[in-house]
Design a protein around this ligand. Structure first.
Ligand code: ADP
Ligand code: MG
Length: 473
């Protein structure tokens, strides 16, 4: 997890990106440790702070590692303040401090104090597969960097539980692209590596799995393949939908699966659909896949998208204007990968051009994304949103009914049409079941003046306006 040790109001990507190493950039870790030791009880220091190791000081700030996620979360909850202040005090400047988990059996490298260095890949947990570079876990994908909310809470809890003590076998996570399934798998890998370093984990994209299998068939060496795949404590196969249709694969996987689960080994799978909905899946596998715990990852809502952006920005050691993050969060609703991509692009551009990241800068640099994602709001959108919101039927938008509970929402919709589209009063009248333009004018005025006296109504309108957002059409 990351936090900004200091939050100077106008730090831009440029400052954080390079020239910031004004006062040397060297961090004397021994001094920081001494200072920490003075600030807490000896026992607490030994338990929680002594395990902190300096990993790297670079453009992203200062990265410290701890051996387990438990220590990490404890340090964050109880000691983040003093750690950050001590680091800053030593360094003589504000800096972002990151703490991440690096399994202790790997953190034997000497602390690197080199500035301007991209953080070294922390060696992954015991990966049972030496050939596959792809089977290394990405150090950015940990539980600590995974933002949770309604859309993925259950999946994240299940993943954590499996990492902690197993129990759901298989764990099957499914959902659309870019929603964090791979991230969660890697996080499980890191966490298991930290908790039970002796366990062998095999992480394979389904492509890797299929390639291995096909090669083994060709080389008539299926036994070796089986031995390799089955001789692990944890088998993870990512995006299993891609191999479902492959010849012979299902048969092989069925046996692998049974062998592993039968021996009490953990199997973790992801796919774009639930076992029930996966096409081309043999019924035996379908029921096996569904026999553990199946969890769905859904697209995040706007608030969560904002939280994710804030967390990513903090990880990059950046303090960006909230309006920029909000605007990205509102605009890019498709998936987290795109959201992250947009942020990275923006940061790279600002570094390149030496420009601060403002809302105008974002709109300019990401104009293609803004155009793509900012749909023009139509009268239909508005009628539907307002009807939904006030729980009336869309047909009531067009009807002549005058009872208050439909007439008022209808006026709200008319008002929003005037605000959010370029339609004229007569146009709007026609779209509301052929009403006269004076009826529309009257409705719009009524809402305008009511909003001044009726706070609740003003709030409803505000929420709807936010939901519909968009550009004038
Ligand atoms: P999937 O495997 O579902 O297609 P990924 O796990 O590759 O998606 O996620 C795409 C990107 O979005 C990754 O960089 C990942 O770190 C990020 N991401 C997705 N969900 C979250 C989240 N809840 N919190 C933080 N980052 C996330
Ligand atoms: Mg993935």
């Amino acid at each position: 997890m990351t936090w900004n040790a200091a939050t100077p109001s106008s730090v831009t990507a440029v400052a954080a990106g390079g020239a910031a190493a004004g006062s040397g950039g060297r961090l004397d870790w021994a001094q920081v440790q001494q200072s920490l030791r003075k600030q807490v009880a000896e026992e607490d220091y030994e338990t929680w702070l002594a395990p902190l190791t300096l990993d790297v000081v670079d453009a992203r700030g200062v990265t410290l590692t701890v051996p387990t996620s438990f220590i990490q979360s404890w340090v964050e909850q109880h000691y983040r303040e003093i750690v950050a202040t001590s680091v800053e005090g030593q360094l003589g400047r504000p800096v972002a401090v990151n703490i991440r988990v690096a399994p202790v059996f790997h953190s034997m490298q000497a602390p690197k104090a080199a500035a301007e260095k991209v953080p070294a890949d922390v060696p992954a947990p015991q990966v049972a597969d030496d050939e596959a570079a792809g089977s290394r876990f990405d150090p950015r994908y940990t539980f600590a960097t995974f933002v949770t909310g309604n859309s993925n809470e259950f999946a994240a809890m299940a993943a954590q539980r499996v990492a902690q003590e197993g129990g759901f076998n298989p764990l099957f996570m499914y959902g659309g692209v870019g929603l964090g399934k791979t991230h969660l798998m890697h996080a499980i890998g890191w966490d298991i590596g930290a908790r039970r370093p002796a366990e062998k984990i095999l992480y394979l994209s389904s492509e890797q799995f299929a390639n291995r299998y096909v090669r083994a068939m060709r080389e008539r060496d299926l036994l070796k393949f089986r031995e390799r795949v089955r001789n692990v404590d944890v088998l993870m196969v990512d995006d299993i939908q891609f191999v479902c249709g492959k010849d012979g694969f299902q048969e092989e996987f069925f046996h692998t699966f049974n062998a592993l689960v039968g021996a009490g080994k953990q199997v973790i799978l992801t796919a774009d659909k639930s076992p029930h909905d996966l096409a081309n899946l043999d019924d035996r596998l379908r029921s096996r896949f569904a026999s553990g715990l199946t969890v769905r990852v859904e697209p995040p809502g706007v608030e969560m998208r904002l939280a994710i952006l804030q967390s990513k920005a903090a990880q990059l050691g950046l303090e960006l204007p909230t309006e920029v993050l909000e605007s990205l969060a509102v605009t890019i609703a498709s998936n987290v990968r795109e959201l992250e991509g947009a942020l990275n692009r923006l940061v790279a551009q600002s570094r390149l051009m030496g420009a601060a990241i403002t809302l105008e800068f974002a709109r300019e640099q990401l104009s293609d994304l803004y155009r793509l994602h900012t749909r023009v709001t139509t009268v239909d959108d508005i009628q539907k949103a307002v009807a939904d919101y006030f729980k009336i039927r869309v047909a009531d938008m067009h009807s002549p009914r005058r009872s208050r509970h439909v007439a008022r929402p209808r006026q709200v919709a008319m008002y929003l049409c005037k605000q959010l589209t370029n339609k004229s009063f007569p146009d709007i009248g026609r779209a509301f079941g052929g009403k006269d333009h004076t009826t529309v004018m009257h409705g719009v005025k009524a809402i305008q003046s009511l909003m001044e006296s009726d706070g609740e109504l003003a709030e409803h309108v505000g929420v709807l306006e936010g939901m519909l957002g968009g550009r004038r059409g």
